[in-house]
Design a protein. Structure first.
Length: 113
């Protein structure tokens, strides 16, 4: 059984040397995983300009762009998100995510993964 600790916790959005590399252009730094977050997880992602990743994902996510700009989705349904924007990516949304410039974002997903 997963036990979520009581109380407020703080996590860093820094993507350090210990980040998981999905390619030379995409790095992920876990912040809150299923064991600690219960029904949700959160991580910071760093995309170098030009980085691309395929959607869909098997869970719903909200991305908050901390810096940079990226395009998310498919065709005419795609959106551009810039510093300060947040994007809801529903479960099984088609398309791609592409960094227009170097971009850092925080992602919260439900259910946790």
């Amino acid at each position: 059984m997963t036990v979520t600790p009581a109380g407020v916790r703080k996590f860093s959005s820094v993507v350090g040397d210990d980040a998981v590399r999905f390619s030379d252009l995409i790095r992920i730094a876990p912040g809150l995983d299923a064991a600690a977050g219960g029904s949700m997880s959160a991580y910071t992602a760093s995309f170098s300009a030009g980085a691309r990743a395929d959607l869909p994902v098997p869970y719903s996510e909200v991305w908050v762009v901390l810096g940079g700009a990226l395009r998310v989705g498919a065709g005419t349904e795609a959106v551009t998100a810039r510093t300060g924007d947040f994007v809801h990516v529903p479960e099984q949304s088609p398309g791609v995510v592409e960094a227009i410039e170097d971009t850092t974002l925080v992602c919260v997903s439900v259910p946790a993964h």
